[in-house]
Design a protein around this ligand. Structure first.
Ligand code: PHE
Ligand code: CO
Length: 296
């Protein structure tokens, strides 16, 4: 079997340009180099230690249940056995970023796309696109949680449906994914904890999201989130806090988003760092170090 392609963002004079690919491949596990396994191990050890007392229990416990460690890059087929037994999800290996609709269709079928390749050593602290470490370490653990697993599937189905309504609904839904699945915080008796995959796979943001005075932390509210722009190249200016995965589910899966998309149509989007009078503010950010432009 030929080694699948690695499809990564292209560097141009206009910066990093995303390249999309829909192929589903087989994880070429035998092709990983000693360096690749070492990169995985370094990141695994570092984040696992950093996340004690920072990531929520559901993340930490389910990640442990997966039986993965620092020794070697996990085999997707080994993880599939745990996923199948717990929630019926499976992993599909992909070459890079999927177009939106293809991504939604996989989620709706309880298939989670995981990039087969891992970052280079010089990208240990940051790369501008998802790789195996982000996808696997960050996203897969919560797929063992039954409520979160159902949320992800419903999100995929909701995405397929939103695509039939047009661009604005799609943008609304993408923001929801960003501020929950990627950058969500959750309230627990012990304090705020991380559940977003974009945070748990980043050393800097794992500390910043909880401990920095700079960003806003605001109670999750679905319409509010759907109007809020975000950052793809810096830490977030605002994090949204859910009370539980049950609450997230009730606020998103239960309601029909059709009328909500309709209400939101034509409303101004909210800049990433803005606080509204109607917000339930957990922490009002100082805004220190914020970039003045670049919300998308
Ligand atoms: N309830 C949403 C709809 O009617 C679907 C959805 C579920 C969206 C979960 C996001 C997350 O379209
Ligand atoms: Co991600």
């Amino acid at each position: 079997m030929p080694t699948p392609r690695k499809v990564a963002h292209q560097s141009t004079d206009k910066g990093q340009v995303p390249v999309y690919t829909t192929a589903v491949v087989e994880q070429p596990w035998a092709s990983y180099s000693a360096q690749d396994h070492q990169t995985w191990g370094t990141l695994f050890r570092r984040q696992r230690e950093l996340l004690v007392g920072r990531a929520c229990d559901e993340f930490m416990e389910n990640q442990q249940r997966l039986g993965i460690g620092a020794d070697a890059i996990p085999k997707f087929t080994d993880l599939d056995r745990h996923l199948r037994a717990a929630t019926g999800w499976k992993l599909v290996a992909v070459e890079g970023l999927l177009p939106e609709l293809a991504f939604f269709e996989h989620l709706a079928a309880r298939e989670f796309p995981v990039t087969w390749w891992i970052r280079k050593p010089q990208q240990i602290d940051y790369l501008s696109e998802p790789d195996l470490f982000h996808d696997l370490f960050g996203h897969v653990p919560l797929l063992l949680n039954p409520i979160f697993a159902d949320y992800m599937q419903a999100y995929g189905a909701g995405g397929v449906r939103a695509a039939t309504f047009g661009n604005e609904p799609l943008t609304n839904l993408t923001r929801l994914y960003w501020y929950t699945v990627e950058f969500g915080l959750i309230r627990t008796p012990a304090g705020l904890r991380i559940y977003g995959a974009g945070i748990v796979s980043s050393k800097g943001e794992s500390i910043y999201s909880l401990e920095s005075a700079a960003p806003n932390r605001i109670d999750f509210e679905v319409r509010r989130v759907m109007r809020t722009r975000y950052r793809i190249d810096t830490f977030q200016k605002t994090y949204f806090v859910i009370d539980s995965f049950e609450d997230l589910f009730k606020a998103t899966v239960d309601p029909d988003f059709g009328p909500i998309y309709y209400d939101l149509k034509g409303l101004d989007s909210i800049p990433a760092g803005t606080i509204l009078d109607s917000d339930q503010v957990v922490h009002r950010g100082t805004g220190e170090g914020w970039a003045s432009d670049g919300d998308i």
